[in-house]
Design a protein around this ligand. Sequence first.
Ligand code: KG4
Ligand code: ZN
Length: 336
Amino acid sequence: KKQVTILGIETSCDETSAAVLVDGVDLRSHIISSQIKTHQKYGGVVPEIASREHSLHIQPVVEQTLAEAGVGFTDLTAIAVTYGPGLVGSLLVGVSGAKAMAYAAGIPLLGINHLEGHIYANFLEHHDIKFPLAALLVSGGHTHLILFEDHGKYRVLGYTRDDAAGEALDKVARALGLGYPGGPQIQNTSRGGNEQAFKFPRAMLEPGSLDFSFSGMKSAVLNTLNSARMKGETLNVPDLAASFQQAVVDVLVHKALTALEQTGVKTLLLAGGVAANRLLRETLDYELSQRKVRLVYPSPILCTDNGAMIATAGYYHFLEGDFAPWTLNAVPGLNL
Ligand code: KG4
Ligand code: ZN
């Protein structure tokens, strides 16, 4: 049987990343070129700068990824690329580059939904995942609970009605003066804080609802900060960070447990940048072991944006013969 060698390319936000993956499990090389340092001084990702940086980095990143894997374009079976959701200028750099390379090499192009990519990071590292399963996807732009019957067969159970979990963490971190990206800063700052110091609300919505709402929880922190400022008080930042992190994790865990009760599935996948959060992992680890449900999550480096997850999702699309047309375009608002 011929090997399936996929080059995966990810440029949806502020990481230019590429990976070479053989037969869906053997990661031969993986490079993530992060722009975080460039965007940090602005307190968040500047779209125009992001696309320019991708243009500068995509070719060297791909060349180095192929060189490290010891393969050339002619050894590739297909090229997988993120075509949405994300920043349009950033997506276009990856999509145009992948199209040009695949066309020149005479191999198929695979268009990958970034959200699906996050979930497939789990299949790269864990080779015994059983369907049906639920997935909690928590990133900077999305918060979704999804039921998977099989590869490519899924139904969205709930999603955020306003801010994504990562977005709320980023905004609170910014208000606390912790910088960008906020999630890791909140996690680190929380270590020295008391998570019971502040009673922030937990937005659970209607009983049984699997939707999320983080905007009010975020506002509660901002209001607490503002009223303290007006009174000339200074608040303990680690306490604030720890209390907010606990509130966000409480909601995510409660909703995940509700989804597991409602569906009866015995496996939960965590995915997206916020899936790197230690408190979230540890809390779910404990809660799910009590319920005899298997918890699966990727290594932290595969939780945040990367090319390996796109190559992995690409492998399953390739097996299905699900190729993209040469007219593939960036779809910034693509959903699941
Ligand atoms: O998946 P991702 O890299 O990009 C999107 O597709 O959005 O997720 C980025 C998000 C950011 O909001 C970042 O603050 C958050 O993931 N994040 C974390 C952690 N690492 C990244 N949030 C909480 N704890 C972390 N350790
Ligand atoms: Zn992402």
